[in-house]
Design a protein around this ligand. Structure first.
Ligand SMILES: CC(C)(COP(=O)(O)OP(=O)(O)OC[C@H]1O[C@@H](n2cnc3c(N)ncnc32)[C@H](O)[C@@H]1OP(=O)(O)O)[C@@H](O)C(=O)NCCC(=O)NCCS
Length: 76
C-alpha cells in the first residue's frame, strides 16, 4: 500500500519493537538486514539507532547487516 510509505509507520513499529525487546524482554542485541539498495529500510534502521556492521549473504543475495546492542540503546 504505497500510499502509506514514508509516513513514519515503519519507524514507529521499529521503535516500539526495540523498546519491547530491550526494556521488557531484555534481549542483548538486535540485528536487521536488507538489500544494500533498499534505502528506505536502511534509513529506518539508522533512524531507530541501528548501525551498519558488515555485508552478508542472505538467501543467496548480498545484504547489509545492522546491529544495536542493549548497552548502546537509550531507554526513553
Ligand atoms: C521500506 C518500508 C517498509 C519503510 O516503511 P515506511 O513506513 O515507509 O518507513 P518510514 O516512513 O518510517 O521511514 C522511511 C524513511 O526512508 C526514507 N526513504 C524513502 N525512500 C527512500 C529512498 N529511495 N532513498 C533514501 N531514503 C528513502 C524516507 O524519507 C524516510 O526517512 P525520513 O523520515 O528520514 O525522511 C516501506 O517504505 C516499503 O514497504 N517500501 C516498499 C517495499 C519495500 O521496499 N519493502 C522492503 C523490501 S523486502
Amino acid at each position: 500500500m504505497a500510499e502509506f510509505w514514508s509516513k513514519g509507520v515503519a519507524t514507529e513499529i521499529a521503535t516500539v519493537s526495540l523498546k519491547v525487546a530491550f526494556e521488557r524482554i531484555g534481549i542483548g542485541n538486535i540485528v536487521a538486514f536488507t538489500l544494500p539498495t533498499n534505502w528506505a529500510s536502511r534509513q529506518v534502521m539508522e533512524k531507530v539507532g541501528l548501525r551498519y556492521e558488515r555485508d552478508i549473504t542472505h538467501a543467496g543475495l548480498p545484504h547489509v547487516l545492522y546491529r544495536l546492542k542493549r548497552e548502546q540503546y537509550r531507554m526513553a
